[in-house]
Design a protein around this ligand. Structure first.
Ligand code: 9MR
Length: 376
């Protein structure tokens, strides 16, 4: 189906490039991030929504220019795809896929099995019996993987399976046992739900890249250290049982209030790579301290330093793909979500472009990390 003039118009006008010069590294041409990344064998991309691509021409133009790959922020989640049992709605995802196809951008799928973004009918159904849980999972995979197989070759098959240790922002309730987070899938199928999901995906599509995605494993803190241990334990047990898995997504929702150690994070990425798995940074953004300290220049410099450290450590460890969760502060979940937002009147400056769509120092930090350059 052809795209509306509205979706294409902004690209022809290219409003973004004209005012986006200030943070281009002196040693790099003023190229889009995707080109800079690609020149060194990396992939840069970002999360998008079909609605923004259709309704916000500047957003669409920016993504068309900068991203080499896109991820649906909502459209491939369970509640969007199967709001009622047996009734699938792929219209929002199809719109996004058409846009991506037009601009020849690969799309990652996010996410098949997750404790969140589930429609109300799922929890009672999957906790009824293991057989019912498996049937629900397989029916979802049957429909969604068949529908998207031509356009989506990489899926977050299991999202956020690891339980948050004590000391995390959102710790598990006391009494939780084991490494896996409470979820209807865990209650319905037991701890083997992760393996069941990965096997079911592989069975339906032999060449699909199967990814397991999680967060809270980046910082230099006791709870992140414990979450890394839990994730590695899960990955080793999957490997020992020959469960199919190709890649691990590390979300990278960074927080400035947490310490970060490049050496620890690099070693973690290497540990995952040593299991024969690829590593992707799937959802990078940065939460500032609350309240933020200093003017925009100082705040942006601090965010950029953290991003450069993080991305460089990820690349040194062997990650080849880095995606941001959105591209401009204006449309970031970081100010939509009350639990993480700053006080009214201020927003986290945690993405490569600011509210007015100017490139920030974070853009430059990513460019320099892709190029293997120091923070500069
Ligand atoms: O950014 C997304 C937010 O707008 C949604 O309300 C939420 C629930 O669907 O999901 C957010 O994206 C999350 C992603 O799917 C998984 N990792 C954490 C992301 C931020 O919460």
């Amino acid at each position: 189906m052809p795209l509306s003039r509205r979706a294409l118009g902004p690209l022809l006008l290219a409003p973004v490039t004209a005012r986006a010069q200030s943070f281009t590294p002196a040693s790099a041409p003023n190229q889009p991030l995707t080109q800079i990344a690609q020149s060194r064998g990396f992939t840069y991309g970002c999360a998008v929504t079909a609605r923004l691509l259709a309704d916000e021409p500047e957003f669409a133009a920016l993504v068309a220019q900068e991203a080499g790959l896109v991820v649906p922020e909502y459209e491939a989640k369970f509640d969007t795809l199967q709001p009622e049992q047996g009734r699938f709605d792929t219209a929002p995802l199809d719109a996004l896929l058409r846009w991506a196809e037009h601009f020849r951008k690969p799309v990652r799928g996010h996410a098949l099995v997750w404790h969140n973004a589930l429609p109300a009918w799922v929890a009672p159904a999957v906790t009824e019996s293991p057989a019912r849980a498996q049937a629900v999972m397989e029916a979802h995979f049957d429909h969604v993987l068949a529908h998207t197989s031509a356009r989506i070759r990489d899926w977050d098959v299991v999202n956020e399976p690891i339980a948050n240790p004590p000391g995390s922002d959102v710790p598990e309730p006391a009494g939780n046992s084991g490494d896996l987070r409470d979820s209807p899938w865990l209650r319905g199928l037991g701890p083997d739900y992760v393996a069941t999901a990965l096997r079911a995906a592989r069975q339906r599509d032999r060449t699909l890249r199967l990814t397991l995605n999680d967060y809270g494993v980046e910082a230099d803190s006791p709870s992140a250290e414990e979450k890394r241990r839990r994730l590695l334990r899960l990955l080793r047990s999957l490997r020992d049982r020959n469960v199919p898995l190709d890649a691990v997504g590390i979300q990278g929702h960074l927080q400035m209030r947490e310490a970060f150690s490049p050496a620890i994070f690099r070693a973690f990425v290497q540990d995952i790579r040593a299991l024969g798995l690829q590593v992707l940074i799937t959802e990078l953004d940065v939460r500032e301290v609350r309240p933020p300290v200093g003017d925009f220049v100082a705040r942006d410099a601090a965010v950029a330093r953290r991003v450069h450290e993080f991305a460089s450590a990820a690349f040194e460890g062997g990650a080849r793909t880095l995606l941001t969760w959105g591209i401009s502060d204006r449309w970031s979940w970081l100010h939509r979500e009350q639990t993480v937002a700053l006080d009214p009147g201020d927003v986290h400056r945690g993405l490569p472009y600011d509210w007015e769509l100017n490139r920030k120092q974070m853009w430059r930090a990513l460019a320099r990390a892709f190029l293997g350059q120091s923070a500069g």
